[in-house]
Design a protein around this ligand. Sequence first.
Ligand code: ADP
Length: 485
Amino acid sequence: MQIQNYEDTARLAAIIDSSQDAIISKNFDGTINSWNAGAEAIFGFSAVEAINQNISIIIPPEYLDKEKEIIKKVKNGEQIKRYETVRRKKNGEQILIDLSISPIRDANNNIIGASKIARDITELRKADETQAMLAAIVNSSDDAIISKNFDGIITSWNVSAVKLFGYTAQEAVGKHISLIIPKDHLDEEAEIIRNIRAGNKIDHIETVRVRKDGTEINISLTVSPIKNKYGKVVGASKIARDITERSRIELQKKLYTKRLQELNTNKDEFMAMASHELKTPLTVIKASLQVLETRMQLDPNVALLQTSVRQANKLSKLIEDLLDASKIQAGKMVLNKSHFQLDQLINDVITYLRPLSQQHNIVCKEPPEPITLLADKNRIEQVLVNILSNAIKYTPNAGDIIIHTVQEQDLVTVSILDSGIGIPQEDLKDIFSRFYRVGGLPTTFAGSGIGLYIAAEIIQRHEGKIWAESTLGTGSTFHFQIKSH
Ligand code: ADP
């Protein structure tokens, strides 16, 4: 530009001063002779501080030689455009700048100095690096990452998308996303777009897509809105993960679970049916044996008959237990509640069980006041029989068995303490489970692992609690607690 007059000069000065780029001029000996507001902002030196100083105040020493080389070219009339180099701010911080240098000529066209326009590109480069890193992450991801605009046109397609869908980036970018959507899933895409337009993210929906070769794949899809720098949604990014294998395993798991449930129901039904069918003939056998026993009191073979009666009773109890377990499994255990005296029931149970063991010392600590319960008497009796017969069975050396009953307001707690073999701590949480027995018990402790399961179920049906404490080799205490009404 040819500078014509004072006005032109003033306009030029205003432009220079309002520029955000640093515009500097200097002599060939390096003396700075102009320094605009942009230079002040970028390098931190004010014009007063910079003018008449040597340009080396902003050049790190290791860049001085390079600077000399460039200045030589400018001296020869060359213009240097957009050259990236490093400069130093007043506070010593180094910055990356984009520099253009032009020769300054006097009226006779002699080159008398250089003008420099510098732009701080440190942030720009950092942003470039971040972008490059993000691109690398996207490309190294195992998930297919795709972006598309609102017209459904694919705008990017990473390496895993190539692997998953079989289309190269060249084949996919620019095409409509329906390229990979099966026909019967096209509605889904419209719904996704509606959500994305509203700025919502779609997290892990399981759906189906189609590969280039026509095969379908189960994918888990996350779709997020892409926003421009003003926060406006301009498209969507999709992350797709192949879950074909997972879906196959899940389907198989469901089938197995269904099959297991069927087998379990069959087994429960069979158990209920078998127990029921066994019960009738056994009742007849028991009754006949009992009649014979009374008739043969003086017969030398009566002992054999007594053994048969005992075993028939055991068998009968086992069948009753199995029937109860089936009822519990089928959710068919019903309670028939009535008022009864608990202390009386406990004494009856002790009398009933006494023949099991003459040696054990069974002590019932009577409560100060008789306790009346509103509960299912037969079922509570069953709980007492199961816990007390265990106490007898698992206290082989005929120790003490103590029964405590305590009432606190409307809560009644019964505790049955034995001095038997005890239960390992790790088994305590399981002993109320169906068919659970502590491992490694000597064969003398015969059992089925149903008694405590039934007891726990009865107490739970009464909305109460049942639990046990034990010390191995010393004894166990079983407690149950229910409301009195
Ligand atoms: P089982 O017919 O085997 O006795 P239960 O359901 O009544 O079945 O008890 C489950 C398991 O809990 C028993 O096999 C035994 O290992 C343990 N157990 C129950 N009561 C006692 C007790 N008083 N002392 C020691 N172990 C016990």
